[in-house]
Unconditional design. Structure first.
Length: 263
């Protein structure tokens, strides 16, 4: 029996790195890995197997801003897999941000998600997309996170299968996180972000980005031990992992960059 629900909790550092990566290369399609932990769920009986899953996305590893070839993707996967083993973490998803205002999921993003999901464990692999449409809306992303979550992604066909599960995207006190990120962007701190593209051009640059960290924000409401902003993932967002076959229609065009050999 599958889990009845999956909650994806996103650390502030993850959101910050995605914003920085997108802002530094504002005219390019960017992407990277999401790493963290996931409770195993399951156990001896059916009751244990039906418990909700909690996925904690603890860090983001920026991957590309130029082109993405199969050898580079394979190499980066191996390097980050070893890094995760050392830190006792897992590759749990991928993130993307494009220059498109339509927020369609590019074929490149779907190919990368399919390849990475095929070697992932746990059945909770996700795709997180920084939404230009939500950033351009009233409030500019402050009231609700400007992200679209598609989960869980399966390796076979690059689609998703929710199996009746509810999927929730959660942040701790998102308004404060967003204001902190905006303040850092105003100081030009996004220039510090390093992705694998930049690392391969200059190996002295550290793709782990240890200097870019954020503490989880304090709570406004002192009467509450913690503030967790949870947002139910809509069916329309969750469907757009693959075009056709009864799913939401997606943009089939290749985005900026020569990634035709990612297959």
């Amino acid at each position: 029996m599958m889990s009845s629900s999956i909650t994806y909790f996103v650390e502030s550092t993850v959101a910050c790195k995605i914003f920085f990566h997108s802002a530094k290369y504002a005219s390019e399609h960017v992407g990277g890995f999401l790493i963290g932990t996931s409770n195993k769920g399951g156990g001896g009986g059916e009751e244990e197997k039906s418990k909700s899953r909690v996925v904690r996305l603890l860090d983001a590893i920026p991957l590309f801003h130029h082109h993405l070839s199969s050898p580079i993707l394979e190499f980066s996967c191996k390097v980050i897999h070893e890094y995760c083993k050392e830190k006792k973490l897992q590759i749990l998803g991928v993130y993307f941000s494009s220059t498109s205002e339509k927020d369609t999921i590019s074929s490149v993003s779907k190919k990368v998600a399919k390849i990475c999901a095929s070697v992932a464990e746990g059945g909770v692999f996700c795709m997180l997309n920084l939404s230009n449409k939500k950033l351009a809306s009233k409030g500019g992303g402050r009231s609700s996170p400007p992200f679209r979550l598609i989960a869980p992604i399966t390796g076979e066909g690059g689609g998703h299968s929710r199996g009746g599960k509810s999927v929730t995207l959660s942040f701790k006190n998102w308004p404060k996180t967003f204001e902190s990120i905006r303040e850092r962007l105003s100081r030009g701190e996004e220039q510090e972000i390093v992705d694998f593209d930049a690392h391969l051009e200059n190996v002295r640059l550290d793709w782990r980005n240890p200097s870019i960290e954020m503490n989880e924000p304090a709570n406004d409401d002192k009467s509450r031990s913690s503030r967790l902003d949870a947002f139910e993932v809509s069916g329309e967002d969750a469907k757009e992992a693959r075009g056709g076959g009864g799913t939401t229609k997606t943009d089939s065009k290749i985005c900026d960059g020569d990634i035709g050999d990612v297959d």
